[in-house]
Design a binder for this molecule. Structure first.
Ligand SMILES: [Zn+2]
Length: 318
């Protein structure tokens, strides 16, 4: 685009040509959403940011995580319309990252949007900070949860909403449907990593300790399907593995801190696998997240070792 503008500044003929080329350019490809039935009336919507869970209620549809973009969310809604004539009435948002909620722009106004109160705070902070990837200002959560566990019946569907502890972010919400034994984990659990390390947004006050608490609590639920934030579905065995490996790793880091090892020495001894295709993190870091944290979308996410190290050394100084 800037190249074309440069041409425009030079020669009028080039400008006309550039405009022509632009007009002929194909529109950006629509993200493709794949629908997967998990149980009767429960589906997974895959594609365009984080995975979505779709639950068909008595008169309407409940969606967990809205998708990343307007076209992606529009396609999800179109796919839902192929399954059921019922309208989407409620969206639950598992955390404040844009790849799970910026698609809310495509949803009708007036729907119920439920999230943990810290999720809402992080979205408000991202809106204040402005910039690319800020959440849609007119689609903020209009119902917030505050407790560790909140049971609710939405449109005849019994749900348990859990905030076990800050983990991926400070406002994680885990959605459990006891009747189908399905859990929507948000990005607390992802299956697109090369290793079992957690993704912890330290700049959003996520926590390695809290992450371990979450995974342990999710294993304790009477569940057999975990809709993860990214990648495949997970089983209880997957979660157990994801709990065991980082626990061992975290303990090794703590031992090395005790020995007086520096962060660089620990990183060298315990190299982190690269983070997966680093999904864009729409909602930025809350204001005052600390020097160097910057906006979530621009800053390099901390690795597991860096996050655990910061947390362990912070606790020790107290
Ligand atoms: Zn995500």
């Amino acid at each position: 685009m800037s190249h074309l503008r440069t041409l425009c500044l030079g020669i009028a003929a080039s400008c006309a040509f550039a405009t022509f080329v632009q007009a002929q350019a194909p529109p950006a490809a629509t993200p493709t959403i794949t629908m997967k039935m998990l149980k009767p009336d429960v589906w997974e919507g895959i594609g365009d940011g984080g995975n979505s869970t779709i639950i068909i209620g008595k008169t309407g549809v409940i969606v967990v995580d809205a998708k990343q973009t307007n076209p992606g969310a529009k396609e999800l809604l179109a796919q839902i319309a192929k399954i059921t004539p019922k309208p989407v009435t409620t969206v639950l948002i598992t955390h404040s990252d844009g790849d799970h909620l910026n698609g809310l722009v495509a949803y009708p106004t007036g729907i119920k949007i439920i999230a943990h109160e810290n999720n809402k705070k992080e979205q408000q902070a991202a809106l204040t900070a402005g910039g690319r990837g800020a959440p849609p200002a007119d689609r903020l959560p209009n119902e917030v949860t505050t407790k560790r566990k909140e049971s609710m019946t939405i449109d005849g569907v019994k749900l348990e909403l859990y905030h076990f502890a800050p983990a991926h972010t400070s406002g994680d919400l885990v959605v459990y449907q006891p009747a189908t034994k399905i859990v929507s984990t948000g990005d607390v659990v992802v299956m697109n990593r090369a290793d079992d390390n957690p993704n912890v947004h330290f700049e959003k006050n996520g926590s390695v300790e809290g992450w371990l608490t979450n995974v342990k609590a999710m294993i304790a639920l009477n569940a057999d399907i975990y809709v993860t934030g990214h990648g495949d579905l997970a089983t209880k065995a997957d979660l157990q593995r994801k709990f065991d490996a980082p626990t061992e790793r975290r303990n090794k880091i703590a031992a090395m801190v005790k020995e007086g090892k520096t962060l660089d020495q620990i990183k060298e001894a315990l190299p982190d696998a690269p983070a997966p295709g680093a999904p864009p993190r729409g909602a930025g870091a809350p204001a005052g997240a600390g020097a160097g944290a910057g906006r979530g979308s621009a800053a390099r996410p901390l690795t597991f070792v860096e996050t655990a190290y910061q947390e362990i050394t912070k606790t020790e100084k107290k």
